[in-house]
Design a protein around this ligand. Structure first.
Ligand SMILES: C[S@@+](CC[C@H](N)C(=O)[O-])C[C@H]1O[C@@H](n2cnc3c(N)ncnc32)[C@H](O)[C@@H]1O
Length: 268
């Protein structure tokens, strides 16, 4: 057991935490995440190097999602924000501890870690449950909400993802859902245990994938979904800032091989 006392899929929250904290620590980065840095330092006993070299993918994803949550809260200051599989995300603090109802759902092992490691935040209602156990919906008011699922859907059984989105659309009419996906080829590699981040860490199986084409078709496939948008993260540093590489990275063939970030809108 490591310092954070996390195993299996919950352990992957340390991977994203490390990437956000490392980015925030760089003087040449525009990404700020003080709470992630504090937590990263507090977990100095963790072997974060097992996740391989830091990547900008998670802080850039967080920047896109922060902007959309902030936009939602500008018109609905009370929220709610519903963060599924929230792990050790520090979104609430990056957004300045908004006066909104904030629901955070994760597995019991992770909620115990959140309570041990994150600062107390009375505005956050923590739901220690699998997202597949829909009893959690009884504890969150129905109506427009901004729902996030960062780094979650790929870990769910494929047959569950559309059912979950349909239930979210039914419970949060007029709301939006933000989630990221991996391409099929990457999912297949994880299923064979072939995504090795270092000599001592292999990414866990990620059975669910989504292509851009599948994302675009969701409004015709899932009741209550009226629009689907592919979100492109802002430029990062170094090669992530190169206009040429960004053009290549957003070309259809390459996009099909890259992770994506989707925004779905639910009918009123
Ligand atoms: C890759 S981590 C992402 C954590 C966080 N969202 C982030 O981006 O830093 C995956 C998260 O999904 C959670 N998770 C996995 N399966 C879940 C399930 N069935 N229900 C709720 N949470 C789940 C894990 O505990 C973990 O916190």
């Amino acid at each position: 057991m490591t310092q954070a006392e996390l195993t299996g899929v919950p352990e992957t929250a340390l991977w994203t935490l490390r990437n956000r904290a490392e980015e925030a620590l760089r003087p040449d980065s525009g990404y700020a995440d003080d709470e992630a840095v504090r937590l990263y330092r507090a977990l100095a006993g963790e072997d974060f190097e097992r996740f391989g070299p830091p990547s900008q993918v998670h802080p850039l994803r967080a920047m896109v999602i922060d902007e959309i949550i902030a936009g939602f809260l500008a018109t609905r200051p009370g929220g709610p924000v519903v963060a599924l599989g929230e792990g050790l995300q520090t979104t609430y603090w990056r957004l300045g501890e908004p006066a909104a109802a904030w629901f955070s759902l994760d597995l019991p092992e992770m909620v115990a870690a959140q309570q041990r490691l994150l600062p107390p935040a009375p505005a956050i209602t923590r739901l220690a449950r699998s997202v597949l156990d829909r009893s959690w919906l009884d504890e969150v008011p129905s109506g427009p909400a901004v729902v996030t699922a960062e780094g979650l859907f790929m870990y769910l059984p494929p047959a569950e993802v559309h059912l979950l989105i349909a239930d979210l659309a039914g419970h949060f009419p007029g709301g939006i859902l933000l989630y990221d996906s991996i391409p099929r080829v990457f999912s297949a590699l994880t299923m064979k245990g072939r995504v090795r981040l270092s000599d001592r860490y292999i990414a866990p199986p990620m059975p669910s994938s989504q292509s851009l084409r599948q994302a675009r078709r969701l409004p015709t496939r899932i009741p209550g979904v009226v629009a689907s948008e592919d979100l492109i993260p802002p430029p990062g540093r170094g090669r992530w800032a190169s206009p040429l590489l960004r053009r290549v990275a957003t070309a259809p063939v390459v996009r099909a091989l890259r992770p994506s970030l989707t925004l779905l809108r639910f009918s009123e």
